[in-house]
Write a protein that binds this ligand. Structure first.
Ligand SMILES: [Zn+2]
Length: 447
């Protein structure tokens, strides 16, 4: 009973294999690959070899038993089978059999894998990378043929030649260079082409997570080049990060930050969350600490950064996507056109307690940003008088609020505003961001 069940499955495999081999020449690799998902820890060559030996043994038995069909079948199968049948054929017919090349790989797959592996190892040597992934580009004709065989013979346990190339070339890279495969965030993608026998390397972007502080004014976030091709500001956060490009041997640097501040606004306190992307980084074995020290050494004291570790695309999406939700705290130095008394300043603190401000895109940026009306919440305000006409304000609000306009009212386009509430002309002389909070509570105190 048990025998029957197993024999039924043996027959299932052998029937398909015999039909395949009767009609197509297949090398051991390519035959084995048609049953790749059956059995574990074997190579496809071992699978193909085992099946072929079994078929040759069966035919040999027919001949030994004097079954007429035996020799006929040997003649038909031998050119499609290969080495496994060589000696038997010579014994029976007294001559050599000439083999047909494998219909899928031309009986070159072993050599192809060895050659692609060799090229990959040669190309990778010398780069300081730790992880890799192999990607295979297989010619469309080969893919179509495989697909045809899979459907025609009902081979649901087959694997594609691309998968085999990826796995086998990976093994060579692992064993010869000690690199580790990484399917999510590899340092480098090794691209192999079949049957072109080409290998190329595609270095992946390196993403570093951290924060930046802008200690100097007139420092922009990205390098801002005017239409006349002149730098708008003498220095930028992006420029401060540029040494990373050289350090990690990349081709381009992109700064992804959680929002941005105006060029004349400093970023102090908590710093601003960011992810630094270094495209095609070819030197990956530099510690984040070393990189951070390098940047801070060259940033002329205008910008300071903290790098905490490797990051990924999801994190980039998170810090960029949630920018509107970030809670920011600003410190503003405000100058009034006339003397302003303590009562009015207290009124400001009392009034701006969880207040929604309606704000049209400020006049100063309307020429380059969409002209819209937005609503942003001011959670609270703390005032410290400096002199009769100057005071300092700590403003905790939703990200995306234009704070300079919250103070001066922008000719009525921002309402309510500080100027409106105190009934005086006000001007924001200095502005700093002192905190960027990544979670957004609904209401709270200025820290
Ligand atoms: Zn083949």
């Amino acid at each position: 009973m048990v025998d029957d069940v197993i024999l039924g499955n043996v027959e299932w495999i052998l029937r398909k294999a015999m039909r395949l081999l009767h009609e197509n020449a297949l090398c051991d690799n390519c035959l084995g690959r048609m049953f790749a998902l059956l059995g574990r820890g074997w190579s496809n060559r071992e699978r193909g070899d085992t099946i072929k030996r079994l078929i040759v043994m069966s035919i040999h038995r027919m001949i030994r038993e004097g079954q007429e069909e035996g020799e006929k079948l040997l003649k038909e199968f031998a050119p499609n089978i290969g080495e496994q049948v060589k000696d038997l054929y010579k014994t029976v017919f007294g001559q050599e059999v000439s083999f047909r090349p494998c219909v899928i790989c031309g009986s070159k797959l072993d050599k192809v894998i060895a050659e692609l592996g060799k090229q990959a190892v040669e190309k990778l040597r010398g780069y300081r990378v730790k992880t890799f992934l192999v990607a295979a580009h297989v010619d469309d004709n080969v893919k179509r043929l495989e697909e045809h065989l899979r459907i025609e013979y009902g081979l649901q346990y087959a694997e594609s030649i691309g998968s085999e190339l990826k796995r086998e070339v990976s093994k060579i890279i692992q064993s010869q260079l000690g690199l580790k495969p990484d399917f999510n965030y590899p340092d480098v993608v090794v691209e192999v082409w079949f049957p072109l026998l080409q290998v190329s390397l595609r270095f992946q972007p390196l993403l570093l997570e951290g924060r930046y502080w802008k200690i100097g004014r007139r420092v922009s976030q990205s390098t801002w080049i005017t239409r006349r091709g002149v730098k708008r500001c003498p220095f930028s956060v992006e420029e401060a990060l540029l040494p990373l490009l050289e350090l990690y041997d990349g081709t381009q640097l992109v700064l992804h930050a959680a929002g941005r501040e105006d060029v004349d606004v400093r970023m102090l306190g908590t710093g601003r969350p960011m992810v630094v992307e270094i495209k095609e980084a070819k030197r990956r074995d530099i510690s984040v600490k070393e990189a951070m020290e390098y940047v801070n050494h060259w940033s002329r004291g205008l910008v300071s950064v903290e790098l905490v570790g490797r990051s990924n695309r999801e994190h980039v999406r998170k810090i960029k996507g949630e920018k509107a939700k970030h809670v920011k705290t600003y410190r503003a130095l405000v100058v009034a056109s006339r003397n302003i008394d303590g009562d009015k300043l207290r009124k400001l603190e009392e009034y701006f307690d969880n207040i929604v401000v309606r704000q049209r895109t400020p006049r100063r940026v309307r020429h380059r940003r969409p002209d819209v009306v937005r609503e942003r919440r001011v959670y609270n305000v703390k005032i410290k008088p400096i002199s009769s006409r100057v005071f300092e304000a700590l403003i905790r609000c939703e990200g995306g609020l234009y704070v300079k306009e919250l103070i001066d009212g922008d000719g009525g386009d921002t309402t309510p505003s500080f100027a409106e509430v105190v009934g005086e002309e006000l001007y924001c002389a200095e502005l700093d961001v002192v905190a960027v909070e990544e979670v957004a509570p609904s209401k709270g105190e200025v820290q």
